[in-house]
Design a protein around this ligand. Structure first.
Ligand code: IMP
Length: 199
């Protein structure tokens, strides 16, 4: 691709937008989500389905290409839960702490106590919807284990209980943002998306 792509970001979260802009770098000029486009119901059964719903809503409303992502935490001892339901695991309108507490309780109930029994991964799907219907899709995964108790105050979501493989035993919430995104699901998904856009 010779020209710099102009993409509208479907996320309204300024931290996420800044992070995505940094990763996409020179390949892309990222425009903020317009205020007047209503949120879509993220009710697809898959991550790619939800990313598609979010990107398509912004692409349809603006007539410009739009980028969206969707992330899930997959815990092997729980059959892949919470997965696509990660944001609402403990119910509608819950806090991150509620979701973490439910995750730890479910793992205890399942008798998963050793690291080998608590394997998990974050998976992110990043998707560009281009006017006319074409899509560019990329995925990023980071493997790890669920810690016995929360540790660290950085990041968000399940970061306090996720210990990535290949590290020094710290959770994502004990790392700087740069350290986290050098290996994170979202970092990997958006670097792969950038490569696909540039190809
Ligand atoms: P979203 O698709 O990015 O909105 O993510 C859905 C849910 O997954 C969030 O509400 C968080 O609970 C969780 N999540 C997503 N990304 C991360 C992350 O980088 N660290 C920890 N939890 C995350």
């Amino acid at each position: 691709m010779s020209e710099r792509a102009v993409l509208v970001c479907a996320s309204a979260n300024p931290d996420k937008v800044a992070e995505i802009a940094t990763i996409l770098g020179d390949a892309v000029s990222l425009l903020p989500r317009p205020d007047d486009v209503p949120d879509v119901e993220e009710d697809a059964p898959t991550l790619v389905g939800n990313a598609r719903l979010k990107a398509a809503a912004i692409c349809d409303a603006t007539g410009k290409p739009a980028v969206a992502d969707d992330t899930g935490l997959e815990v092997d001892a729980l059959g892949g839960d919470p997965g696509v339901r990660s944001a609402r695991y403990a119910g509608e309108g819950v806090t991150y702490a509620d979701n973490v507490a439910k995750l730890l309780a479910e793992l205890e109930r399942a008798g998963a106590t050793t690291p080998a029994e608590r394997t998990a991964r974050f998976r992110t799907v990043a998707l560009v919807k281009w006017p006319g219907g074409r899509e560019t899709v990329a995925e990023g995964v980071v493997e790890g284990v669920i810690a016995p108790a929360p540790a660290g105050a950085a990041g968000f979501g399940y970061d306090p209980v996720f210990v990535p493989d290949g590290g020094d035993g710290r959770t994502f919430a004990e790392m700087s943002a740069d350290e986290k995104h050098a290996i994170s699901h979202r970092g990997r998904a958006f670097r792969a998306l950038r490569a696909a856009i540039e190809a």
